[in-house]
Every structure is written in C-alpha cells, then in structure tokens.
Design a protein around this ligand. Structure first.
Ligand code: NAD
Length: 421
C-alpha cells in the first residue's frame, strides 16, 4: 500500500482551524484574538536550486511557517516528503503552538518542509538540498527566533548540516540553532527517544484511569520511523505485546507478539517491515482496524477518518503522529468510548526534550539521560493530568481539553502583551 493510496484528500490546515474553532467556541474567545490566532504569523515559500550528481540543476520548493510567537521563539520540525504542501506546514506550525503551550514550554509554533522524496536523492544531494534550504530560510531561523528540529524523513544528520550551514554564515558555532542534533554537536541525551517516551508516559497515565493493565495489553503501531519504532520498543519494555506494525510499504501482524528490535533490524536490512519471518503481511488499512488495546498512529496526518473510525477497535489511540485523526473521526471515537490521547499532548515529549537541548546548548551545561527522562516525565505527567482533569470537569474529549488549556495560555500571553503598535 503506497502513501498515495493511504492519504485521504483531507486538508490538514482546514482540520487544524476546525480544531481551533471548537476550542475558541468553548472558551468564548474574544473575536479579535480569535482572528489573530486563527492565522499563521509568517509563511515563507522558497524555490531553490540544487546541483545533482548527474550535473543537472534541479529546483526544489520549501516552506517555513511561524504560527505564533506570543510565548517565545518559534519551534518546530522540518519535514522532507513528496506530498508536503504549504497548508500542511501551516497546520503543523499551528499544532506546535498548542503543543508547546500544553506542556508549558516557552516557545511559539513553527514548522518547515521541503517537497522532495529523500529516498530518491544521494547523500551528497541531500546535503546540498539541506544546506541551501537552510540558507533560504535563514532570514527566519535563529537560536532566539526560530529553532528547527527533525520530523518525517529528517534526522540528526540533517540537523548537523543545518547547524554547520548557519554557523558558517555567522562565523562561529551556534549549537542552539537546531535541536535533535548528534550528541557530539551539543545534542541532548534522550532526544532521539523523547517523542516515543513522552507518548509512553501518557499511556502509562491513561491505563490506570481506564483500568487497563499494560502488562496484558496489545499494541498496534502505524509508522516505523523515529516515533513508531521507539514507541514499539518502549511499550514492549513495559510488558505490552506488539501485535502489528507498519511503514509506508505496508504492515505485518503476529498475534503472538513481534520483537520490535528484530523488526527494526529487518526493516533496516530490507527497507520494509513486510516479509518479516513468522508474521503475516497486511495493508495499512487492515493495520488500523486490527483489534488491540492501544493503537499508536506514528506516520502521517488523516489516517483515522470518517471512513474507518467506526472500525477502530482500540481502547486507547495514542497519537505519536501529528494530525492522524480528523474531527469527524474524533467525534465517532469519542461516541464509541475510545480514549484518544491527542497529538498536541501525546507527542509533546519530542519538543520538550528539544527545549532541554536548547537550554543545555545556551548554558553550555549538559545533563545525563536519567535527568532528562525524569524532567520529561514530570512535564508529561503534569500535562496529562491537567488535560484529563479539564476533560472530566468540562465533559469534553481529551483533544478539546488539551486545546482549551493551550489556546487559553496562548490567548492570555497574546492579550497581556497587547497589540503593537
Ligand atoms: P520518520 O520519518 O522517522 O518515520 C515515519 C514512518 O512513517 C516511516 O516508517 C514511514 O515508512 C512511515 N510511513 C510513511 N507514510 C506512511 C503511511 N502512509 N502508512 C504507514 N506508515 C507510513 O518520522 P517520525 O519523526 O517518526 O515522525 C512520524 C510522526 O510523528 C509524524 O507525524 C511527525 O510529525 C510526528 N512527530 C515526530 C516527532 C519527532 O521528534 N521525530 C515529534 C513529534 C511528532
């Protein structure tokens, strides 16, 4: 099953605005504030040339969007994907604003993307593309202004190239320009696992609330990259059984349980999870509908929609991915009693440890992994409990509760600062 077959023609930006509107309605937000928060502050589109290995010059399109800077500099990842659009980047930037506010870290929301299938580029071409894209968006980014991080198809090496490019421009080394860097360049211990670890901390909080024993729970994971493969490993470590996983090529299922590390080794060797010995190949559609206790979407947007929400047979949907569930699907899941841990809470571990990395870089003072994980747990548990308390008090689903907390915080910062000039 290809990405094209999976991705429904749903506009992520329309979804993001719809989610915001719901919270704004519930909060009875001032109409002026609502108009401000409903739009991104800045949208940059760049078309830039890259010299390819065959000597030709190709022009690529990239974006950097800053949604809101009320609570601090913009923060958000950079995505490389053939289907990236400006609307998708706008949605991801808005979600970053709310995410940083839910966990209470002092950032606004940003996001970047380049329209490219990185699997079709050589390492040299990818480095050239990354350095030129970083140069083009350097009018927006900076350690005090906008700090990128990895997202789909970008990683610590991508961040190293961006850090080096920016540092060459200014003439000295600026580790705090990006997070998710290699440890040797000022990266943080625990950053690589942070998104998945934060999601698992949320699941560990949700389980007792729902009377679910994680040692007996079954888990299905969609997407086997940074967020998904590590979530599978960490869930196995808490004793749950990983019964199905997938990547962009399709999925595998084994009711007896998969070994997440062996599946990862298989994927690294064969480029796909499919064909894994002892498991049965399934499509991504079947994967999402596999009965389980915990479903972890960790791929792209719009995977759980009005079309399949009625067939999701999970007790918990833990959104490691951004925007995997549409508003229509949300309503259906809520109606059916499926407990959704929304993206802006569930995957906020990534940006939280990115914040730790930035603080460590600025202070030139580095922490060990136990310190990082303990601080991460404290922040995630508090954010989860605040959201759950709001959800119970207001009798709303967890997404609306998280949005209410986040939008209220951003609105309060924005209105307290006042309107310039
Ligand atoms: P990644 O590139 O490491 O992995 C993405 C995975 O998804 C790959 O295994 C890919 O094959 C798979 N995939 C792509 N299309 C798919 C499809 N249609 N069906 C099934 N699988 C598909 O990316 P990542 O960093 O793990 O990001 C995954 C999600 O998590 C994204 O929504 C991202 O925005 C979100 N997220 C990531 C971070 C982070 O720190 N990396 C933080 C917060 C949120």
């Amino acid at each position: 099953m290809t990405t094209e077959q999976i991705a429904a023609p749903i506009n992520a930006w329309a979804v993001a605005q719809q989610q915001f509107d719901r919270a704004a309605d519930k909060l009875d937000l001032d109409p002026g504030l609502r108009r401000v928060l409903r739009q991104p502050r800045r949208e940059l589109t760049v078309h830039f040339p890259v010299k390819m290995d065959d000597g030709s010059v190709q022009v690529f399109t990239g974006y950097r969007v800053q949604h809101n800077l009320g609570r601090g500099p913009a923060k958000g990842g950079i995505r490389y994907h053939q289907d990236v659009t400006l609307d998708e980047v706008k949605a991801l930037a808005m979600w970053m604003t709310w995410k940083c506010a839910v966990v209470g870290i002092p950032y606004g929301g940003g996001k970047g993307g380049v329209v490219v299938d990185p699997k079709k580029l050589s390492r040299k071409e990818l480095e050239g593309l990354t350095r030129r894209y970083a140069t083009e968006i350097s009018i927006l980014i900076g350690p005090e202004r906008d700090i990128p991080a990895p997202d789909v198809n970008t990683n610590a090496q991508t961040m190293a190239w961006i850090m080096d490019t920016y540092s060459m421009h200014v003439g000295y080394t600026v580790p705090a320009i990006v997070t998710g860097k290699p440890i040797a360049l000022g990266g943080s211990q625990g950053r690589n696992e942070a998104t998945a670890r934060g999601a698992v901390y949320c699941i560990e909080e949700a389980a007792p609330h729902l009377g679910l024993d994680l040692a007996k729970a079954t888990v299905v994971v969609q997407g086997y990259g940074n967020a998904g493969s590590i979530a599978a490993r960490l869930m196995a470590e808490v004793g749950s059984k990983i019964i199905a996983v997938s990547d962009s090529t399709g999925g595998i299922v084994d009711p007896n349980g998969l070994d997440p590390l062996k599946v990862l080794a298989w994927k690294q060797e064969h480029g796909t999870v499919q064909g894994y010995p002892g498991a049965r190949d399934i499509t991504n559609v079947e994967l999402l509908e596999t009965p389980c206790d915990i479903l972890i979407p960790a791929a792209l947007e719009n995977q759980i929609t009005a079309r399949n929400a009625g067939r999701i047979e999970a007790r918990i949907v833990a959104e490691a991915a951004n925007g995997p569930t549409t508003p229509e699907a949300d309503a259906e899941l809520y109606r059916r009693g499926v407990f959704v841990i929304p993206d802006i809470l569930c995957n906020a571990g990534g940006v939280t440890v990115s914040y730790f990395e930035w603080v460590q870089d600025l202070n030139r003072d580095f922490w060990n992994e136990a310190v990082v994980n303990a601080k991460l747990r404290e922040i995630m548990v508090k954010a989860f409990r605040d959201t759950l308390a709001t959800s119970l008090r207001e009798e709303v689903d967890m997404r609306l509760a998280a949005y209410m907390l986040a939008v209220e915080r951003v609105a309060s910062a924005t209105s307290t600062r006042g309107l310039y000039p």
